[in-house]
Structures are given as structure tokens and as C-alpha cells.
Ligand binder design. Structure first.
Ligand code: UDP
Length: 288
């Protein structure tokens, strides 16, 4: 199961609705279970071949400036690109390559929907990280243990409690603040390996969280899907409030963010001004 993709500034974005995104991620989680069962019958088979459910266009190229570091085909990296991330990708070759190597890039901002239309393409709807995580975690059972990494101390725990109160069958096997710094990686890796989750949610902010996943996913063989999810735990824990729906729909979410978090003005400028200008100039292609 895979989806068609549109392209903006050389970054592929999947043409998926919210429900389709959740179904796809669920299929990645389930498919790997089937694959493991098959592997028990025929040792090693499946790991070398193309994994079912992966994006056929996934390139698995060099990541984080390290040529040859490709994700194993039996693990999935899902990203949640928005305007700012595409501006970052326009200036950073390694980040753009990473966005080209993932299994699923959900359209996390209204700007992507508009700019797709402007370039003669179509994305059906905005699919946010927070809605995807909420719906996904609402559908999981004990068989899919999850680990929440990132955000300020106590936030992931509160987010986990809120998710578990909505779905008592959800099994959270760990929460940890951590950091994307490499000197902290060994302790985090050890912790995740011991917890053995199938789903790993990483909230270090982009691009750090996704570059971190790309560097370390191979070190957690139990993890079938890792998702870089930005401020999702803050929203789930209730420490950050989402913009009213009418603001989200009319593309005024930036104004909400500017009022509530004025220190983010640089990021908002890149999202609201730089991103559309780049798309007007380069359209579907990567700037060169
Ligand atoms: N974060 C973190 N460690 C860091 C940087 C960020 O845990 O070194 C967390 C931050 O607390 C927040 C999340 O990463 O929960 C996303 O940060 P950001 O404010 O950049 O969110 P976004 O705008 O990407 O949703």
C-alpha cells in the first residue's frame, strides 16, 4: 500500500487524507509483524528484499552528510513536513535528501495544500502530526508498544496519560525527554532498546528530530515506525493550545502563533513569506 506524491521545492509530499495516513502507518506496523512471522519460517528472507508497504519511490540515500547511511527496508520513517521544513530543505541538501528517503511525508500545513494547487497539483487535505498521532494511538492495542521521546520534562508523560485515558489498550513502554545531541544518544539508544517499542514518536523539533531518527533508527531493531512529530506532545499535554479551526482553515495559524509565541517571528517569516516566494520561483523543483 502506497500513495501518489506531489512535489514542492524538490520535496515529495504524499497525497493522503488523514484517515489514509493513519491506515498506512497502521499497515506499516502490521506488515512488519507479518514479515517477522515469515522470517521465522524462512530465516532472513524479507529483510533483504523490498518490504511490502514501503514507498516505491523511497531512495534511502545518504543522510546527515554521511554517504551510504540508508534506513533498513524493514523500518519506516514518517515525516510531517510544513512550510518551514521545506524552506530548510531548500537550503540544506542533507535534509532534502532525507525527505526524499522517507516512506510517508504527510502534508502538515495549509501552505502545502495551497502551494500544491498553485503548481497545478492537488493535496486533498491538511494532515497534521498531532491529529495523526491522536488517531493512530486511538487505534493501537497492547501488541504495538510505543515510546515517546522528546519535549520538556513531564510533557511526554502527560501526553501519554491523556492518550491512554482515551484508549486503555494503548501500551506506552517509555517516555524520555532526552535531547538530539549526539553525546546524549548512547543513553537514549540503550533506553529504547530495553523498552523495545514498535512505534517511536520523536519530538525534538525539525530538522533535528528527523535527522536524529535517520542516524539512530537502525539501532532499535524493534522499532517498525518512527515519526518526527514536532510540538505534538505539547498539544496533547495541553501546554500549547492549537489555533481555532477557522484560523487553521483560512491559513491564519501563523497569526495565532505570532501572538502566542512572538519569539518565533523568524520561523513565521520563513513559513509565511519565504516559502511562497521560493515556490513561486522554483515550483516543484529543488532550488539550484
Ligand atoms: N524539543 C526538545 N529538545 C530540543 C528542541 C525541541 O525536546 O532540543 C521539543 C520542544 O520542547 C517541543 C518539540 O521539540 O516539544 C517541538 O519543538 P518546536 O517548538 O520547534 O515545535 P514545532 O514548531 O516543530 O511544532
Amino acid at each position: 500500500m502506497s500513495s501518489p506524491r506531489v512535489s514542492l521545492l524538490g520535496v515529495p509530499i504524499d497525497v493522503v487524507t488523514q484517515n489514509e495516513a493513519v491506515d498506512l502507518i497502521n499497515s506499516y506496523l502490521r506488515t512488519e509483524e507479518d514479515l517477522n512471522n515469515q522470517n521465522n519460517l524462512s530465516e532472513g528472507a524479507g529483510l533483504a528484499g523490498p518490504a511490502p508497504g514501503g514507498h516505491p519511490e523511497r531512495k534511502g540515500g545518504s543522510v546527515g552528510g554521511k554517504p551510504g547511511v540508508a534506513l533498513p527496508r524493514n523500518q519506516r520513517h514518517v515525516m510531517t513536513p510544513n512550510n518551514e521544513m521545506l524552506v530548510e530543505a531548500a537550503h540544506r541538501e542533507d535534509f532534502r535528501q532525507l525527505l526524499n528517503s522517507t516512506d510517508l511525508n504527510i502534508p502538515d500545513s495549509t501552505g502545502l495544500i495551497w502551494m500544491a494547487r498553485l503548481t497545478g497539483q492537488r493535496l486533498p487535505e491538511r494532515v497534521t502530526g498531532v491529529d495523526t498521532v491522536t488517531a493512530l494511538c486511538g487505534s493501537l492495542t497492547e501488541e504495538t508498544p510505543i515510546f515517546l521521546l522528546g519535549a520538556k520534562p513531564g510533557i511526554a508523560e502527560t501526553a501519554a496519560q491523556n492518550l491512554m485515558s482515551r484508549n486503555p489498550r494503548l501500551r506506552v513502554v517509555g517516555c524520555f525527554t532526552g535531547s538530539p545531541r549526539e553525546e546524549d544518544a548512547p543513553a537514549i539508544v540503550q533506553m529504547i532498546r530495553a523498552a523495545a517499542p514498535h512505534l517511536l514518536l520523536v519530538a525534538f523539533g525539525a530538522p533535528a528530530q528527523d535527522l536524529w531518527i535517520a542516524r539512530h533508527l537502525k539501532e532499535f531493531p524493534s522499532v517498525r515506525v518512527a515519526i518526527g512529530i514536532g510540538g505534538t506532545f505539547d498539544f496533547l499535554a495541553g501546554v500549547r493550545k492549537r489555533a481555532p479551526v477557522w484560523m487553521q482553515k483560512t491559513g491564519l495559524e501563523w497569526l495565532w502563533r505570532l501572538i502566542r509565541e512572538p519569539r518565533r517571528i523568524g520561523r513565521i517569516w520563513r513559513a509565511v513569506v519565504v516559502f511562497p516566494l521560493l515556490v513561486l520561483r522554483y515550483g516543484r523543483n529543488a532550488p539550484h
